[in-house]
Design a protein around this ligand. Structure first.
Ligand code: LLP
Length: 427
């Protein structure tokens, strides 16, 4: 069930009308539902425990890049979530939200020495290493600190995720991971390094996958490698399958999280019983979008209606700098009027105030609109605020977390004057 539904003709976040939130906090504002976050996280956590499975043998690490707001991270931490990070900055956020560094995994192709030092100083759970040079640098940094870095290799299984090319990451041509054919040699090299401790294997083939078949295909390839490594005496303790399943933006029908995890665990169980001698292996997930995507909307006000010869524009106060996905990926987001009006309305392109023709949020939508109306841009909880910029010196939106009838301002609206505080004039 969506956390955003109409009550007496007004779109609400849980029980709170969105027009009340706009009155209190202004617009544009990202609004998140704590109940939805909780339900989506629990879909993963419960599937990890289903059938009496030991919860200690699985770990859900929320992908911080999808939404890094401290309020969001703190809710997930309270639920027991781990975190998947891609920068030292994201680690600092996790720590500021009270997250446990021992449940943090560090992905990304370009970790700096500083990133590595910070992560090692907090004893994170694991580095997902993406290349041989990175392995050597990590060994060197860990050596300088008198530590051993726990690593997993991100292996590129060369599986087609059949998603948008910008968010498909598991093919040979992508910059990510170690090629499947090179994995064995890379593991051998890693095992020989004195400040590296080989603990796992991971992959991430792409985002917004609606079908789990490519993920299960990737799983089979990882399992094959684990067996080969095992025969060489390199024994792994965890298997990380990467990001989560996609979400419904429009009429998409993603596989249910419980069904996907059920199939994944069933395969792992068969393999463990037959070839892995029943030994335990911890299964890790790095979901982002499926936890927070449909738990958030972007609330925006119609500034002007512009009726043209061939097109009508609804110019709203949110723009591509607030929500990049339409401009960047041609992404479709639902648009709902906060207060329902009678009549079919007209066909509108919903656009922002930024000086770019690519600044659009939705195209050709039938909406009964009047100036001053509020709109909710749906499914905006993931890769919304985290990808926002200050283009056109626009302060970024406020963020509000709804918990039933309670509201928490989890990020203040940015004041444009603060945006140039770090700059200097020449005179
Ligand atoms: N793990 C790794 C290593 C990743 O690269 C990603 C996402 C995830 C986990 C989380 O995947 P998810 O569960 O959210 O599908 N900005 C794009 C999405 C980029 C995804 C990048 N990697 C968008 O707005 O669609």
């Amino acid at each position: 069930m969506s956390p955003f539904s109409y009550i007496n003709g007004v779109l609400c976040a849980e029980q709170t009308p969105l027009n009340q939130i706009a009155r209190q906090f202004g617009s544009p504002t990202y609004v998140y539902s704590k109940a939805a976050l909780t339900a989506n996280y629990s879909a993963y956590a419960n599937a990890c425990r289903a059938g009496g499975r030991d919860a200690a043998n699985a770990l859900v690490c929320f992908s911080v890049k999808s939404n890094s707001n401290l309020g969001v991270l703190s809710v997930l931490k309270q639920l027991g979530s781990g975190f998947d990070i891609v920068s030292g900055g994201e680690l600092l956020r996790v720590l500021a939200a009270g997250g446990d560094p021992h449940k943090v995994i560090f992905s990304g192709v370009g970790k700096t020495r500083d990133d590595m030092r910070l992560a090692l100083s907090h004893d994170i759970l694991c580095f997902n290493v993406e290349s041989i040079p990175e392995l050597h640098r990590l060994n060197e940094v860990a050596g300088q600190m008198g530590k051993r870095a726990a690593i997993s290799l991100r292996v590129n299984p060369n599986v087609d995720a059949k998603t948008h090319p910008y968010i498909s990451t598991g093919l040979k041509d992508n910059k990510f991971g170690v090629a499947y054919e090179d994995a064995l040699a890379t593991y051998r090299a890693a095992a020989a390094l004195s400040h590296i401790e080989v603990v796992g294997i991971d992959c991430h083939i792409g985002s917004q996958l609606l079908d789990d078949a490519p993920l299960l295909e990737a799983l089979d390839k990882l399992i094959e490698l684990i067996d080969t490594l095992d025969a060489e005496g390199i024994c792994l303790h965890h298997l990380d399958i990467g990001g989560g399943i996609g979400i419904a933006y429009d009429a998409d029908q993603p596989v249910a999280i419980g069904d996907y995890l059920g199939r994944l665990f069933a395969r792992i169980d068969v393999w463990r019983a037959s070839r892995y001698q029943g030994r335990p292996i911890k299964v890790m997930f790095e979901p982002g979008r499926s936890i927070v995507g449909n738990a958030g909307v972007l609330l925006t006000e119609v500034l002007y209606l512009k009726h043209g010869e061939s097109k009508n524009f609804a110019i709203v106060d949110a723009a591509m700098n607030d929500l990049m996905r339409p401009a960047m990926y041609d992404a479709w987001h639902g648009v709902q009027a906060v207060v329902q009006r009678d009549g079919a309305g007209s066909l509108y392109d919903v656009v922002g105030p930024v000086c770019e023709s690519g600044d659009w949020l939705a195209r050709a939508r039938m909406l009964p609109l009047e100036q001053g109306d509020l709109l909710a841009i749906m499914s905006a909880g993931a890769y919304g605020m985290t990808m926002a910029s200050n283009y056109n010196t626009r302060g970024r939106a406020a963020e509000v977390m709804v918990d039933g009838e309670k509201l928490f301002l989890v990020r203040d609206r940015e004041n444009p004057a603060d945006l140039f505080n770090l700059e200097r004039t020449l005179d």
